[in-house]
Design a protein around this ligand. Structure first.
Ligand code: ZN
Length: 66
């Protein structure tokens, strides 16, 4: 029996639907501190600090000219 794992937002506690939400990963500069991550629903993910990161393998064309 395949039991569906329910993902719960680490911020607000709401259930995160499949194919929704986000994982926020924090990696400390000091490697000894390791890393931590949080599962977030769409709403909470939008409230986190940070900026959009370009996907790998493709450079933004309109960054700078010259
Ligand atoms: Zn949430």
């Amino acid at each position: 029996m395949a039991r569906k794992t329910v993902l719960v937002c680490d911020s607000c506690g709401n259930e995160v639907e499949e194919a929704k939400g986000a994982v926020m990963r924090v990696t400390y500069t000091d490697a000894r501190r390791g890393a931590k991550q949080a599962d977030l629903c769409d709403a909470c993910a939008g409230r986190t600090p940070g900026r959009a990161v370009a996907r790998r393998g493709r450079k933004p064309k309109s960054a700078t000219t010259g």
